[in-house]
Design a binder for this molecule. Structure first.
Ligand SMILES: *[C@@H]1O[C@H](CO)[C@@H](O)[C@H](O)[C@H]1NC(C)=O
Ligand SMILES: *[C@@H]1O[C@H](CO)[C@@H](O)[C@H](O)[C@H]1NC(C)=O
Length: 234
């Protein structure tokens, strides 16, 4: 049995055929047993299939935002701006959310869930501003704005599902919140985005969309791996 993942955006054209055994067998990941959550399996399946759908949609929306931004930039400038190829810096870098699939597959369900939740918390404010601030309404295209709004709604839903779920189960929410507060990790890019310096402003947007697209790809991967383990259908 095999499962085919087609991930868009930063995982563009990455087509992986993952054998069932590799992804789901216990000896690869020591605590991938769905029972570790101590919650009825039927409930877990439903939860993680919703989480997986939401994170898939969020990755799709983030990719749309990024592509739309790039195509707008390309329309309005003759040469490719420098920032397009520069290394980009994300506010989420300091938490070191794992990116390599092999590494992620070694992680247990609880840690994967923590990563999903942490990235939701870290993106919530950034997305909320984009979607609701009047300054952005003037400066961003309708496609980007409507995608940002949808993305924010889905993020909020995903976060709520996990929070409600884990209020009942083991404590995942508090340690995640505590870690972010203690280390003062949050999004602080607002000033650069609204800068009157055109280069700074564009490169801040590029950074934002690139980071969002990268992180939503990670969350999508974590969710798919979790959903696969818990449903046993991969
Ligand atoms: C996003 O989803 C829509 C509808 O399913 C699809 O048509 C589109 O190609 C997707 N876009 C990306 C960038 O994945
Ligand atoms: C810049 O990015 C393009 C793809 O967008 C790539 O083909 C090219 O090799 C990159 N250039 C450098 C110097 O990294």
């Amino acid at each position: 049995m095999a499962h085919v993942f087609i991930l868009a955006g930063s995982c563009l054209l990455l087509l992986l055929v993952i054998p069932h055994l590799l992804l789901c067998q216990g000896n690869i990941c020591p605590s991938c047993d769905p029972d570790v959550f101590g919650v009825p399996l039927k409930f877990l399946r439903k939860t993680f299939s919703r989480v997986s759908r939401l994170s898939h949609d969020m990755h799709n929306l983030s990719t749309i935002m990024f592509n739309e931004f790039i195509s707008t930039v390309e329309k309005h400038s003759q040469s490719k701006p420098d920032y397009i190829n520069a290394t980009y810096d994300c506010h989420t870098n300091s938490v070191h959310a794992p990116e390599e699939r092999e590494k992620v597959q070694q992680m247990n369900n609880e840690d994967l869930t923590k990563w999903i939740l942490m990235l939701q918390y870290l993106w919530r404010d950034a997305l909320y501003d984009r979607a609701h601030d009047s300054w952005f309404k003037k400066h961003l295209s309708d496609t980007i704005l409507s995608s940002a709004r949808k993305n924010f709604k889905k993020l909020f839903k995903l976060q709520t599902i996990l929070e409600i779920h884990f209020l009942l189960g083991i404590h995942i929410v508090d340690p995640v919140r505590l870690k972010l507060t203690k280390n003062r990790i949050y999004w602080s890019g607002y000033r650069s985005l609204v800068s009157s310096n055109g280069d700074m402003h564009h490169s801040a947007f590029y950074n934002l969309f690139k980071c969002l697209s990268r992180d939503s790809c990670k969350v999508d991967m974590y969710s798919k791996i979790l959903a696969c383990r818990i449903s046993g259908e991969c």
